[in-house]
Design a protein around this ligand. Structure first.
Ligand code: ISE
Length: 340
């Protein structure tokens, strides 16, 4: 049994804990930590965990009762437990984003490079979704030829939180496409541009400009547009279409049963990502657990993928002010990540 230490006990921690307790094999949560001890107590109670509350992040990471670490704390608090885990040579799964600043991402990458090993997996769960997997395989096997352009839709019914602001459209939502696009297109980013469309009068968050359109251009010339809203009202709707030299591959409109009834053909729409990507959340965590149990480096998105996402997100947020395209400059990729 892999013994897991959980840092941060909010909403996404509940999703992962429910999966570990009810669906996954080979792991149990033995220690938890949250700056708010009530949240730590609640998660233990809700899932009847046989876990202790650690007095600090450092105690949790270095406990002999912890083999691997799950980081589900606030985005800007990821860096501390990740660095501690790397220092302790323990595998660490961090929710996205890896960190909120490029400097913090660079510290994480530098720590892995110093140890000469990868320990980090970033929670870009879409890569584990069976439809995204098929899309990747279709592109990689050359079925549609080289990918030339693409279209993504990232709609949530309502903002994830009441304090979801204009930059969060990028570093909380679009960050998923940032990760997926370079993975699917097997290419690096050349530029990013964000534009604001006509504003939705149903948007109640004062500091949120909604909707937005993000355009990325890849080094080999492919262009991908992503339409983003956090106020779709009707449900959670994620689409990804890749147009190649001799064909198109795209996610199904809704991965749902089609119902013909009462003079209509219809399918249900998921309310949010925890439903739409339920399987992906389970598969990513099982993969992390399996690799940790076998003393292997994680196979999922790396700290380098996390760093790339941070660089593009930073520039996309800059572009929100001018709405002009911004050229991307990435630091040189260390050897450690080149075979991945
Ligand atoms: C949320 O924080 C997530 O991570 C979801 O996966 C994403 O689809 C949503 O837009 C974000 O607000």
């Amino acid at each position: 049994m892999l013994k897991l230490g959980l840092v941060g006990c909010g909403a996404i921690a509940h999703t992962h804990t429910a999966n570990i307790v009810n669906h996954l094999k080979g792991a149990q949560i033995t220690q938890v930590y949250d700056v708010f001890s009530a949240a730590a107590k609640k998660i233990i109670r809700d899932y009847k965990l046989k876990a202790e509350i650690a007095p600090s992040i450092d105690d949790l990471v270095n406990s002999p009762d912890v083999d691997a670490i799950l980081v589900c704390s606030r985005n800007d608090a990821h860096v501390e437990p990740i660095l501690a885990a790397i220092k302790a040579h323990k595998p660490v799964f961090s929710e996205k984003p890896l960190a909120t600043t490029l400097t913090d991402c660079q510290k994480i990458v530098a720590a892995e490079v110093k140890e000469g090993q990868r320990f980090v997996q970033v929670g870009f769960m879409r890569r584990y979704d069976p439809f995204y997997q098929q899309l990747k395989e279709t592109i990689d096997t050359g079925k549609i030829g080289q990918p030339l352009m693409g279209y993504c839709r990232h709609f949530t019914a309502e903002p994830a939180t009441n304090y979801f602001e204009t930059p969060n459209m990028i570093n909380d939502a679009f960050i998923h496409e940032i990760d997926i696009i370079h993975w699917l297109f097997n290419d690096d980013y050349n530029s990013v541009q964000v534009q604001f469309a006509r504003q939705n009068s149903l948007n109640k968050n004062e500091n949120l400009t909604d909707p937005q359109i993000a355009t990325v251009k890849m080094k080999h010339g492919a262009i991908v547009n992503t339409y983003l809203t956090q106020n779709a009202q009707y449900g959670y709707d994620v689409k990804c279409q890749v147009i190649g030299e001799k064909g198109i591959a795209e996610l199904p409109d809704m991965p749902k049963l089609e119902i013909h009834q009462a003079g209509k053909i219809y399918h249900e729409i998921d309310h949010d990502w925890t439903y739409r990507f339920a399987e992906a959340y389970q598969l990513e965590m099982q993969d992390f657990i399996d690799h940790a149990q076998n003393n292997e480096a994680p196979a999922g998105p790396t700290a380098w993928d996390g760093l790339i996402a941070a660089v593009i997100a930073d520039n996309a947020i800059k572009s929100q002010s001018s709405q002009q395209a911004i050229k991307i400059e990435l630091p040189e990729q260390p050897q450690l990540y080149q075979s991945k």
